[in-house]
Write a new protein. Structure first.
Length: 130
């Protein structure tokens, strides 16, 4: 999948970019080894922008793994990757408090360290009925 991360979302501007531009982003100073920013739901000027981004992540995100845990990550074409901090695969907006983002180049660095990997769905086993 070489080169694919930097190409995700590059072919079109995602509608969520408008919502993203209206959210405030804060650099996560406590994790300088994994540079990223976050947006806090309760501090959003308009919660509808936060919810729209969250829904885009869940609907249009590419499933990838962070330290072995799968979750959806949105690549809207602005050079960032976005993800939510709630439990990944079956998240509900009611539980969401923060959305993170990092530069796509940082994802490539983390992939090189083995912290970001592609997700392979578990194989389904078929049971025969007798």
């Amino acid at each position: 999948m070489e080169g694919a991360i930097s190409d995700l979302g590059a072919s079109y501007p995602h509608p969520a970019l408008e919502n993203i531009s209206r959210l405030d982003w804060v650099f996560a100073k406590t994790m300088p080894e994994w540079p990223h920013e976050y947006s806090v739901r309760r501090r959003a000027r308009d919660e509808a922008d936060y919810i729209a981004l969250w829904e885009a992540i869940m609907r249009d995100g590419v499933v990838m793994c962070w330290r072995g845990r799968p979750g959806p990550y949105l690549y809207p074409g602005d050079g960032f990757r976005y993800w939510d901090l709630t439990p990944k695969m079956h998240a509900k907006i009611e539980h969401s408090r923060h959305i993170n983002r990092c530069r796509v180049e940082e994802v490539e660095r983390l992939r090189g360290l083995g912290l970001v990997t592609d997700w392979t769905p578990p194989e389904r086993t078929s049971r025969s009925r007798n």
